[in-house]
Ligand binder design. Structure first.
Ligand code: CU
Ligand code: CU
Length: 475
């Protein structure tokens, strides 16, 4: 898997190889084909639409594969303009992108792409009257700031993120470079690919920051399966759905840390959760809480031949049991006595290459009463102090509601807590849950609750996270 690095992390040799591959792609005419594709589609849905991110991802990946056909060691570098905002940056060095254009006319005078070195004439332009030299007019103080990018990354859902990513950060980068980079033929300036590599990285980052959001949303004109132009006549044309997961395309970014395994919480007694094995060898993980010893039934549903393994209590590696086909058709079913604790379910397809949709549910065969001895939160009293001391730990509290009025359940402190509320008078009747509605990354639930006993489960948002917190209930 190729790793796309910040250009500042490239060695002199890596830079030289990247530049040499670009010059060769220019010399054989392939580079200009990319410039033409971008120019000709400029106003045909690849900008100012939901396709902006997927289309440019595909565009970059194709160019990168062409570069790798010349030199397999090359990956596209990215330019993080939030921190790299100075004309003295190695970005604009003579061994890399070259520098600014001259005041009159904007022609770049140095570096590999200067017209004078004869290897970078702009053959595809918006109009024949446009300069044949690579031009720039840098105004780097105009570059989008870290704050702007932070707010872009906070935008949800995808429909808003894609618009902000394009209009609030990407567009300004083009205009801050000026010259050729400000035209429909902007890939004429190779900085285009470092700029867009960062845009692509931000999409990947956004996906990691918002695992609960759809990574792409269609609109009135385009959907997940829209073939991307100009490749729509290929045998299996690229689509937005096909490029959502960048790692599946064969590259990653140097600032991606290994992601903790995504674990989805299941509630005992809730309706089946719908999911799917989207790719060969995929493993889906679930977690559920057994509040008190009893007999539990774990079942899958649907047409897919899934295989289920149960682990726990309180760790993800102690196998309790596995099952292939004990349920209806090819479904899995486990019915077993469990002691109190947190359990983990792994679902995979029975066949290594199989994919498909399924549902999963957990039910308690014996109604479980509230567990005795839980710490009680006094309504309008002081916060209970607790801590998630180990990965995957969750704490349970109880509180009494005496009148049907609005109650606020809120955590405090610097830990990114996630709370789930159950009741009344049942530790498994799910009410609602919350991640970040409180100050900072604290959780908050505001809700009118009927009288009775309630249960709050507190865990860390991240499966591996730990930390102290306070929790209180007010009305
Ligand atoms: Cu573009
Ligand atoms: Cu662009």
């Amino acid at each position: 898997m190729g790793i796309r690095k910040n250009h500042t992390a490239l060695t002199a040799d890596e830079k030289a190889r990247f530049i040499a591959a670009l010059l060769q792609l220019k010399a054989n005419g392939v580079y200009d084909r990319y410039v033409r594709q971008h120019r000709d589609l400029f106003n045909s849905g690849i900008h100012r639409s939901v396709l902006f991110l997927p289309w440019h991802r595909e565009f970059l990946r194709r160019l990168e594969l062409d570069l790798q056909a010349i030199d397999a060691s090359v990956s596209l570098p990215y330019w993080d303009w939030t921190t790299d905002r100075n004309a003295n940056s190695s970005l604009w060095g003579n061994d890399f992108m070259g520098g600014n254009g001259v005041p009159s006319g904007g022609a770049v005078q140095n570096g590999p792409f200067a017209f004078g070195n004869g290897r970078w004439p702009l053959t595809v332009r918006d109009a024949p009257s446009e300069p044949v030299e690579l031009t720039r007019s840098l105004q780097l103080s105009q570059l989008p700031t870290a704050n702007t990018v932070r707010s872009v990354l906070a935008s949800v859902p995808y429909s808003l993120f894609v618009r902000n990513a394009e209009n609030q950060s990407h567009n300004t980068v083009h205009t801050s470079i000026g010259g050729a980079a400000g035209t429909a033929s902007s890939p004429n300036d190779p900085i285009f690919f470092l700029l867009h590599c960062n845009v692509d990285r931000l999409w990947a980052l956004w996906q990691r920051q918002h695992p609960d959001q759809a990574a792409f949303q269609g609109d009135a004109n385009f959907n997940l399966n829209t073939p991307l132009p100009p490749w729509q006549n290929e045998a299996s044309p690229p689509t937005p759905g096909g490029v959502i997961i960048h790692a599946a395309l064969g590259y990653s970014y140097d600032d991606e840390v290994a992601q903790p395994q995504q674990i989805v919480d299941l509630t005992v007694g809730a309706t089946a959760r719908q999911a799917s094995i989207g790719q060969a060898s995929e493993r889906d993980w679930y977690r559920f809480l057994v509040p008190a010893a009893g007999i539990y039934t774990l079942e899958t549903s649907g047409p897919t031949d899934v295989f289920m393994s149960l682990f726990g209590p309180n760790n993800q590696t102690d196998l309790v049991t596995s099952d292939d086909d004990s349920g209806p058709a090819a479904n899995s079913r486990i019915e077993t006595q469990l002691s109190a604790g947190t359990y983990f379910i792994q679902i995979r397809h029975y066949q290594a290459s199989g994919t498909g949709a399924y549902g999963i549910s957990v039910n308690s065969s014996v109604p479980t009463g509230p567990q005795p001895g839980l710490p009680e939160i006094q309504v309008n009293g002081p916060a209970q102090q607790g801590s998630i001391a180990a990965a995957n730990e969750s704490d349970i509290y109880t509180f009494m509601v005496s009148a049907a009025v609005s109650h606020t359940i809120i955590t405090s402190g610097s830990t990114d807590t996630f709370i789930s509320l159950y009741g009344p008078n049942s530790q498994t009747a799910f009410v609602t849950q919350d991640d970040d509605s409180g100050p900072g990354t604290n959780s908050q639930i505001v809700r009118v609750l009927l009288p009775g006993q309630y249960f709050v489960r507190v865990r860390h948002y991240s499966p591996t996270g730990t930390g102290a917190y306070g929790i209180s209930v007010n009305r």
